[in-house]
Design a protein around this ligand. Structure first.
Ligand code: CTP
Ligand code: MG
Length: 472
């Protein structure tokens, strides 16, 4: 690898970024006062309800790795180990304290509320001393917090901040289903392992894919077994729970993005990696012209769904995308690219770039070798079949036949299969939504929707002009 690193320039860029992302004394003091007050109120309310719990600020605020400007606070309500019913009781109490909230959970119940200017996650969890005792995955969080607090110092905390902001800038920060990227805790462990932001980038710019990152050397170099067990593009052993992969959420694509951006940044450091200019859609007329003259075909499925929490929504969208993609391929359509979009407020879109919307009426179907026993059966079946367009003939050593395709038009296929989509395996939540609201649009037919919807226009523009933002 011959990355030509521009060390001075890199440092200059990092300094500028740090100026923006390290919280100043005033901000710290604001948060400290706010959380202290909040802790007291929550403790009292719970006491009045007969629940004894330890209230504790966790996450990046506790670890001092939060980014200035972020308004998220993770408040944990740590309870003596018992049954999960207690979580509901706790959240009922919290509800009486806040006005604006959602109960939001995929796996574990928690409550998201806006208080003053802050976004608070109230997360009930059980107290544990050791990761072996966990009931649900959030129980590990306080152990993560203590571990990171012990290991990081002021300097490395800021290195974490740089890495987080870099990941955010290139769009791979966060372990949620929508993103499938790098979590805050993962960034912290990477800094512990490689000591600095730049060294982390240097390592990943030369990433070969076979190494396991084991900060505490829990496996003493013996990774064959655990690699098989965890089986993921990137494996980072959790120092407090050796059988858990902290990077389990990271997709192959996002690991790839990190590798190439690390290389590109080290060679050409720019602040825009951290703070990319806001995405803008192509102008309406440019988009219209482009969509009317595509060298492939863009099929957009638009539908409405009721608002569900993001992790569930994105899980279902990605699943639907995979199923429809497979369906198109099963009927011989050439799917070039597919992507999902949602405003998370009930409007969703699935985009498919096809080599062509229409295909030939007849295809050659290859049958058995001329010497095999199955030939008679093959011939009997296809000579009689209504779908046979060209009777079977021998081509070299194999029998072949010309058969009529079931679907020549991808839109007819989708219309037929998706208006009652249970049979094709579309997630339950969407089956009725498809029935009621599915619209299938091809190329410029989408214009009437995207002129009214800037977010969708931006997404469609990005789909068409997919060049990475950092590639100048
Ligand atoms: N957590 C959780 N459920 C939530 C919120 C947080 O389980 N609703 C846990 C996560 O598992 C994580 C910790 O709380 O271990 C902090 O989560 P998160 O806010 O995502 O990460 P931070 O380290 O705080 O990083 P950030 O700066 O992005 O907030
Ligand atoms: Mg947080």
């Amino acid at each position: 690898m011959n990355v030509n690193i521009k060390e001075t320039e890199i440092r200059e860029v990092c300094e500028k970024v740090l100026d923006k992302i390290v919280p100043n004394g005033q901000k710290r003091e604001q948060i400290r006062r706010f959380t202290k007050h909040l802790n007291n109120r929550v403790t009292k309310k719970l006491q009045n309800a007969g629940i004894s719990a330890e209230i504790s600020v966790q996450g990046s605020i506790a670890k001092d790795t939060w980014l200035a400007g972020d308004k998220d606070i993770d408040v944990f309500i740590i309870l003596p180990k018992s049954t999960r019913e207690v979580f509901q009781r706790v959240l009922e109490v919290i509800k009486t304290m806040v006005q604006d909230y959602v109960i939001a959970y995929a796996e574990h119940p928690y409550l998201k509320a806006t208080i003053e200017d802050y976004e608070i996650d109230f997360v009930p969890s059980f107290q544990i001393q050791n990761a072996k005792e966990i009931v649900s995955s959030v129980d590990r969080t306080p152990l993560h917090t203590s571990y990171i607090k012990e290991k990081l110092n002021q300097e490395t905390q800021n290195e974490v901040r740089l890495l987080k902001q870099f990941m955010r800038g290139i769009g791979i920060y966060g372990a949620e289903i929508k993103v499938q990227g790098f979590s805050g805790y993962l960034c912290e462990l990477l800094i512990l392992k490689y000591q600095s932001f730049i060294q982390t980038l240097m390592k990943f710019s030369e990433w070969q894919g076979s190494n396991v990152i084991d900060v505490e050397n829990l496996y003493k170099g013996q990774y064959t077994e655990i690699k098989k067990k965890l089986n993921a593009p990137l494996i980072v052993i959790d120092p407090i729970d050796s059988v858990r992969n902290v990077a389990a959420a990271v997709s192959q694509e996002n690991l790839g993005e990190f590798i190439i951006t690390s290389r590109t940044f080290l060679e050409n450091p720019q602040i825009s990696f951290f703070f990319p200019p806001p995405r803008k859609p192509l102008s309406t007329s440019a988009l219209n012209t482009k969509l009317s003259h595509l060298d492939f075909e863009l099929i957009i499925l638009l539908f409405q769904s009721k608002v569900i929490i993001p992790d569930i929504l994105w899980g279902q969208l990605y699943k639907s995308l995979r199923i429809i993609r497979r369906l198109l391929i099963q009927y011989d359509f050439d799917v070039l690219k597919s992507k999902a979009w949602s405003n998370e407020k009930g409007t969703n879109a699935l985009l498919f770039g096809l080599g062509s919307r229409y295909q030939s009426q007849t295809k050659k179907h290859v049958g058995p070798p001329s010497m095999s026993k199955e030939v008679t059966q093959f011939l009997t079946k296809y000579v009689a079949a209504e779908s046979t367009v060209l009777d079977p003939w021998l081509e070299g050593s194999r029998w072949v036949v010309g058969v009529k395709r079931r679907y020549v038009d991808a839109v007819s296929l989708l219309n037929e299969k998706l208006h009652d989509s249970k049979a094709v395996g579309i997630p339950k939540q969407f089956v009725d939504d498809f029935k009621v609201s599915l619209q299938i649009k091809v190329n410029e037919e989408i214009m009437e929707y995207i002129t009214l919807n800037k977010e969708l226009a931006t997404f469609v523009s990005d789909f068409l002009v997919g060049r990475p933002k950092w590639l100048r």
